[in-house]
Design a protein around this ligand. Structure first.
Ligand code: ADP
Ligand code: RBF
Ligand code: MG
Length: 190
């Protein structure tokens, strides 16, 4: 498909049903081509994560929202609070919250035989975070998945998705979901 893309998607008043959709999972190994082939890493999450909260019915396509990342202790930099005080009773590792775009589907350009859930976090990380827990609050649908004539046109569209997500999330009624309790509540998974 060609032609202009909408700069912002979803109603200005805020996400409308079924959004917000909340779900999460642990980052697993994918096909190993997000970073290497496209220059756009995607944290893959098991599809079974999608059934959390009864949302195994999300249609294939590209979505946007907020992601919370809880790095496993081994890959987190030591915190000053861990070193200086022995009085800390609960984990002092705080989840970090970032804007994200995600793809659910079959990657028609690559003709995958399994449906995948992949999240590109809009942030530059110094290291990989396989095994980390991710919580997602999905706030809207951007577009269906397409097949493409070239890798470059797929990359161009993903870059546009990232800009669309940033603008769409910048609206007050979407920005406020950064404070959603689900993004900070990782307690039940330890
Ligand atoms: P895979 O096929 O195993 O998913 P990718 O090439 O898609 O490999 O890279 C994904 C991995 O890169 C993630 O699991 C994560 O550990 C790391 N990563 C680094 N930066 C990001 C980012 N901004 N968004 C998502 N994953 C990232
Ligand atoms: N793959 C497709 O085949 N068609 C798409 O339209 C498509 N859109 C994507 C949009 C975003 C925002 C992201 C993060 C990925 C998208 N992908 C798409 C998946 C891409 O092919 C996949 O991330 C890489 O192959 C690495 O697994
Ligand atoms: Mg990936």
């Amino acid at each position: 498909p060609s032609g202009p893309r909408e700069p912002i998607v979803g109603p200005d008043a805020g996400p409308s049903p079924p959004y917000p959709v909340r779900f999460g999972g642990q980052v697993i190994k994918g096909f190993g081509r997000g970073s290497k082939e496209l220059g756009i890493p995607t944290a893959n999450i098991p599809l079974s994560g999608l059934s959390i909260g009864g949302h195994d019915d999300l249609e294939s396509g590209i979505y946007y929202g907020w992601a919370a990342l809880l790095l496993p202790p081994s890959t987190s930099p030591p915190l000053a609070s861990d070193i200086s005080y022995e009085t800390t009773t609960t984990s002092s590792v705080e989840p970090q919250i970032y804007p994200m775009v995600m793809s659910i589907g079959w990657n028609p350009f690559y003709k995958n035989t399994v449906r995948s859930v992949e999240v590109h976090i809009i942030h530059e990380f110094a290291a990989d975070f396989y095994g980390a827990d991710i919580h997602l609050v999905i706030l809207g649908y951007i577009r269906p998945e397409y097949d493409y004539v070239s890798k470059e046109s797929l990359i161009d569209d993903i870059k546009t998705d990232i800009e669309v997500a940033k603008r769409s999330l910048g609206r007050e009624a979407y920005e406020r979901y950064k404070e959603d309790g689900y993004l900070r509540d990782f307690g039940e998974e330890e």
